[in-house]
Ligand binder design. Structure first.
Ligand SMILES: [Zn+2]
Length: 207
């Protein structure tokens, strides 16, 4: 069964909490650079399998199928006059696979919410697969690893002063999304609200 994430949630990272809070303990310790993160459901069956399937060759069709569910569950994240953007992938896996699942989800969401997707970021250096790392190692793995995808004045003008919805397939520690949000804000972006298909849930609810 799809485990939806019901309120109360941390207003920032979207993790379920015991009671309504302004900010969960994890966000108090390390305040993420994004303003909010919301997901369709828990990173568990069946969304865990959906995340894997999105990476396969036929993942594009799947993105179009799950996008309406994501849009409905995260509707408060989509503000008018915002751009949709996505977490870029390291060059090699994307080239091998032919698509970036975060970009595919973003494009599918654009169709539904009527907000265009703008490719804004690139990886500036090699990063290890976050899935292979312990939570404590993930923030340093992706710290300052993202930057605007080019130095053009056009892109700088499109980012500066605009709000963004940052799309990814899954949010685990939030380190990657936070590093992307930091890069967007450094380039002048306003709010960065993260929308993902799934979100990892820690067994103990933070207070
Ligand atoms: Zn939080």
């Amino acid at each position: 069964m799809l485990e939806r994430l019901e309120e109360p949630l941390c207003p920032i990272c979207g993790h379920p909490t015991v009671e309504p809070v302004e900010c969960c303990a994890a966000c108090r310790r390390h305040r993420p650079s994004f303003d909010s993160a919301r997901a369709l459901g828990a990173y568990d069956f069946p969304l865990r399998d959906t995340v894997v399937a999105l990476k396969r060759r036929d993942g594009r069709c799947l993105a179009a199928q799950v996008a309406p569910l994501i849009a409905a569950a995260t509707s408060t994240s989509f503000r008018p006059a915002a751009w949709l953007t996505y977490v870029p992938m390291a060059g090699k896996p994307e080239a091998k696979r032919g698509h970036n699942q975060a970009r595919e989800l973003s494009l599918a969401l654009s169709e539904i919410v009527g907000i265009p997707t703008l490719g804004t970021l690139r990886l500036t250096r090699y990063v290890k697969d976050q899935g292979q790392l312990r939570p404590a190692e993930r923030a340093s793995n992706v710290a300052a690893a993202f930057a605007p995808r080019n130095r053009s004045r056009r892109l700088a003008g499109l980012i500066d002063g605009r709000d963004f919805v940052l799309v990814d397939d899954v949010l685990t520690t939030g380190a990657t999304a936070s590093a992307c949000a930091a890069a967007l804000k450094e380039a002048g972006a306003g709010r960065v609200d993260v929308v993902t298909l799934a979100r990892a849930i820690h067994t103990q609810k933070p207070s």
